[in-house]
Design a protein around this ligand. Structure first.
Ligand SMILES: Nc1ncnc2c1ncn2[C@@H]1O[C@H](COP(=O)(O)OP(=O)(O)OP(=O)(O)O)[C@@H](O)[C@H]1O
Ligand SMILES: [Mg+2]
Length: 223
């Protein structure tokens, strides 16, 4: 039996900077069962990253709610929210955000070290996830020595290392060639099948549709 795992209800976001107001998200809703993978498409500026940031509790909505496994996420205070995010969410950013002075292994281990997991265990787990995404022989490389697809796979490994129940990916294959893109999507599909992780993937690329159970369009802040 499938059950509802994630609900976004009429999310609205207005960014206010001084006198400027940007109505980035007007009304975005979504319902996901556990283990589902969905993709969200839409033109540049339509609110996709904003929506994903709200789902991942990086930011609070102007109005609307998110329920995670039945829990009203934005009822939490900021420190509870940060703790929730670190435990439950894996985020692959639109631009991979790897730290240039750290190796692939260190980049992946970082979320565990921040969560105060002992170093040996953190590095063992990071290594295992890098093996999983096909980078066993690249663990000591600095990001600058990795190809675009390899960097994205490190970013995926980093998002998965703490076994989150929800993975949010913002254009994970944004600037990759076709072959590398298939590779990265293959990693997601595998993990989705094997671990029943729930995925929300934002993209411009119609090829992603093949890899997800359902597709949404976000246009002008409306889902
Ligand atoms: N921090 C912010 N302050 C003010 N406006 C913002 C902020 N972040 C995003 N916006 C605006 O909100 C709108 C939606 O932005 P968002 O990044 O969600 O779009 P997107 O769909 O992810 O676009 P892209 O496909 O180009 O990544 C845009 O008009 C953007 O300029
Ligand atoms: Mg974006």
């Amino acid at each position: 039996m499938s059950r509802i795992f994630l609900v976004a209800e009429d999310l609205e976001k207005i960014y206010i900077n001084g006198d400027d107001r940007v109505h980035a998200l007007r009304s975005a809703s979504l319902k996901l069962n556990k283990g589902e993978a969905v993709s969200i498409f839409g033109p540049s500026g339509s609110g996709k990253s904003t929506f994903l940031h709200l789902l991942g509790a990086f930011d609070r909505p102007t109005s609307g709610k998110v329920f995670f496994d039945g829990k009203d996420v934005f009822e939490m205070d900021d420190s509870e929210l940060a703790e929730f995010r670190n435990r439950e969410i894996g985020f692959v950013f639109q631009f991979h955000h790897l730290l240039p002075e750290f190796s692939a292994l260190e980049n992946v281990a970082l979320p565990l070290l921040i969560a105060k997991i002992p170093r040996t265990e953190a590095f063992e787990r990071a290594n295992a996830v890098l093996v999983e995404v096909g980078l066993a022989d690249r663990t000591d490389f600095l990001p600058v020595k990795l190809s675009g697809g390899e960097k994205q796979r490190v970013a995926v490994a980093r998002a998965l290392v703490h076994n989150p129940r929800l993975v949010l990916a913002d254009e994970p294959t944004g600037n990759l060639d076709l072959e590398t893109e298939r590779e990265v999507m293959g990693v997601f599909t595998d993990l989705n099948d094997k671990l029943k992780v729930t995925f929300v993937i934002v993209s411009h690329n119609p090829i992603i549709k093949r890899f997800t159970d359902r597709q949404y369009n976000l246009i002008d802040g409306k889902m």
